[in-house]
Design a protein around this ligand. Structure first.
Ligand code: ATP
Ligand code: MG
Length: 295
């Protein structure tokens, strides 16, 4: 369907990103609610928007990737992506609404499982996300997790097509992406998504970014030292955690990408596979309800 911007009523701002603003909007005629990501008419941002649209359309039948309904062109040259509205918002906003109180492991088992299913769907289509972090994982009140924000995603031509270097948020970048030796792009891009997911899940478990002291201002040098030289696994052991959770994070945060578990392997990890599915889904729905984004 062709839409115009004037077909929608802006309800409120859902989030700001580098390239634009995401609004909650209502289609005037049908009263259906959507998220509208408006990207400004700057040439490089437009290119990024088209890349995102291309990827979202390739992944359109994925249960754990945010759904794109349409693209709306505005008179001023902005590009707007009409997305399914995820009424629980992003996981980083959910954490903030909880006053940074850690998520229970039961909810994290569901989050990890669904995010892994989303990555499996993407990786199967040779798409790498490259910017997995709590702000780009969305949830709804049904307790469904979907991956969003493909501004720096990439469709690989061959299964191990090298990736170019600095894209994504550096805080969640895996050690090999800092490695000068792999600057030709010689790293496994799928394994890099796994690292970022492990770090995101650990952050939700701890309540703050796990590789820096709580409240520390992230700066490039401190991050690089923490990621490449720090004892990432040691950071896991600090808090109270079950051995399944600890094991799962260790498998994601292996510094050597070759030792890191693949998405398929992680879906079989006891933390995800042996968790009581109904109970963990219920825990996630409760978490969303208790910290509602709508109020
Ligand atoms: P950045 O690159 O800085 O991460 P961005 O400009 O690429 O941001 P998104 O990550 O797609 O934009 O969206 C920014 C924020 O808007 C998200 O973190 C989330 O809070 C909110 N948001 C985006 N899409 C949706 C959606 N479909 N439903 C609900 N909220 C959304
Ligand atoms: Mg984002």
């Amino acid at each position: 369907t062709e839409f115009r911007l004037s077909d929608f009523e802006k309800l409120r701002v859902l989030g700001h990103g580098n390239g634009g603003t995401v609004y909650r909007v209502r289609h005037r005629r049908s009263a259906a609610v959507y998220a509208l990501k408006v990207v400004h008419a700057d040439p490089s941002l437009r290119r990024q928007a088209y890349r995102e649209i291309d990827i979202l359309r390739r992944a359109t039948d994925s249960d754990h990737v945010v759904c794109i309904h349409s693209v709306v062109h505005t008179p001023t040259g902005d590009v707007a992506l009409l997305l399914e509205h995820m009424d629980g918002g992003s996981l980083d906003a959910l954490l903030r609404r909880r006053g940074s109180r850690p998520f229970p492991e039961s909810a994290l088992a569901s989050i990890a499982r669904q995010a892994l299913l989303g990555l499996a769907e993407l990786h199967y289509r040779q798409i790498v996300h490259r910017d997995i972090k709590p702000a780009n994982l969305l949830v709804n009140s049904a307790g469904v997790i979907k991956i969003a924000d493909f501004g720096v995603g990439k469709v690989l031509r061959r299964s191990l097509d090298p990736c170019d270097s600095y894209v994504g948020t550096c805080a969640y970048m895996s050690p090999e992406r800092f490695d000068p030796a792999s600057h030709g792009g010689d790293y496994d891009p799928y394994a890099a998504d796994v690292w970022s997911l492990g770090l995101a899940v650990l952050e939700l478990h701890r309540g703050h970014f796990p590789l820096l002291p709580e409240g520390a201002q992230p700066d490039w040098a401190a991050l690089m030292v923490a990621i490449c030289l720090g004892e990432t696994i040691g950071a896991v052991a600090e808090g109270a955690a079950s051995c399944e959770f600890r094991g799962f994070i260790e498998c994601c945060l292996q510094k050597e990408s070759g030792k890191r578990w693949s998405v398929a392997e992680l879906l079989g990890h006891p933390f995800v596979a042996r968790a009581d599915r109904a109970e963990s889904e219920q825990a996630l729905r409760e978490l969303v309800r208790e910290n509602s984004a709508e109020s």
